[in-house]
Design a protein around this ligand. Structure first.
Ligand code: 1CP
Length: 343
């Protein structure tokens, strides 16, 4: 029994109800620009998507933070916008400007075969799986349809989401064609990541906080529920984490209606409330990335506050959003030390 529990990956044990004093951890955007070894490797390819689609390099970038800091999980290095790319929309990442997507007609999106066009990603998953220590889990991921569609419709990052919200309320049938294409492609894409060796999945819903309750129901909950159900039908045991950033008081509804196994909590989420409102669902989060950037005493105190609030509950320590690129790598190392020292 002891041997069995020792051979389990701590990250996966948390989904089975384990709640050790020293919780498992990983960080959103743990691979990326705050690491000098990432910046060096990034220079060797012309575009960001070249990095995502070169398995040898993407696997190396995935492994970099785990090698340095010993997180309990690696997250596949890719991006949520590889799905629109696979659907036939042109996606470019411009230095300092973020993603740019060319407009496309909903009827021109090509969900059939989209997942096949992402085969380099599955090769990355295989390579990472083979290289990771036995105790480290590998998380595959995709963007949730609403969040991915914001980039597809707005043509890039947005401040007010005016175009997509207008489309969603004024021409829901046309918008539904886009969402449908993303749902279909995402189901196959996640399925293929699991087949290639991902131990768990995370669905990033970064922009769930900009919708009214009925619109949230329609464009966040319904498509996510379909993806979760379809992936589950193919892989009944795969843990799925939903991260509905900014969902606020809609978090319990999201948890119950989508059927995810774990919930990512953004920094604004009150921990005692989230814990009480979502039952036994595993929770993950929610350190402010700015506190990680700051380091020092406030970082130590916040790690304790969050872990104390989650004591006795299945929990994965993480940030409330991604690592900020100016973050000193030593602060990330400190998170690992501090968590391991908790008894
Ligand atoms: O090389 C570079 O500097 C590009 C920066 C970068 C990186 C490192 C982008 C561009 N994407 C990524 C990797 C990435 N993106 C990962 C890899 C694994 C890891 O976490 O270490 C993941 C999971 C994502 C997911 C992602 N991409 C999200 C959801 C999570 C979140 O941050 O909210 C979103 C919204 C994107 C879109 C995206 N990708 C990149 C940019 C600049 C953006 C736009 C962000 C915005 O609109 O604010």
């Amino acid at each position: 029994m002891l041997l069995k529990s020792m051979s389990e990956k701590p990250f996966l044990s948390a989904f089975k109800g384990a709640a050790p004093a020293s919780p498992p951890w990983w960080l959103m955007r743990q691979a990326g620009r705050y690491l000098p070894e990432y910046r060096a490797l990034r220079k060797s390819v012309p575009g960001f998507l070249d990095l995502c689609f070169t398995p040898e390099l993407a696997a190396e970038v995935t492994l970099q933070p785990v090698r340095r800091f010993g997180m309990d999980a690696a997250i596949l290095f890719s991006d949520i916008l590889v799905v629109p790319h696979a659907l036939g929309q042109e996606v470019r990442f411009l230095e300092g400007e973020g993603p740019k997507l060319t407009p496309i007609e909903p009827r021109d999106l090509q969900p059939a075969g989209a997942a096949d066009r992402l085969s380099p990603v599955y090769e990355t998953v295989k390579r990472v799986r083979a290289a990771l220590p036995a105790e480290t889990a590998l998380i595959g991921f995709a963007g949730a349809p609403w969040t991915v569609a914001t980039y597809m419709v707005e043509g890039g990052s947005s401040r007010d989401f005016a175009k997509i919200k207008q489309l969603a309320v004024a021409d829901p049938d046309r918008f539904a064609q886009i969402v449908e294409a993303v749902v279909l492609a995402t189901i196959d894409y996640l399925d293929r990541q699991v087949q290639a060796g991902a131990d768990a999945l995370q669905i990033f819903e970064t922009w769930s906080g900009v919708l009214s309750e009925p619109q949230f129901e329609k464009w966040v909950i319904a498509p996510t529920r379909r993806i979760v159900a379809a992936v589950r039908a193919r892989h009944p045991a795969i843990p799925i984490i939903g991260f509905p950033k900014g969902a606020g008081a809609l978090l319990p509804r999201y948890a119950q209606a989508t059927g995810v196994d774990g919930l990512g909590l953004d920094t604004s989420m009150p921990l005692a409330w989230a814990r009480a409102a979502t039952g036994s669902t595993l929770l993950q989060g929610n350190l402010d990335p700015v506190v990680l950037l700051a380091g020092g005493r406030i970082l130590d105190d916040e790690i304790d506050r969050i872990c104390d609030a989650m004591a006795g509950h299945p929990f994965v320590f993480n940030l409330g959003h991604g690592v900020i690129k100016e973050t000193p790598p030593e602060h990330v190392a400190r998170v690992g030390e501090k968590l391991r020292a908790r008894k």
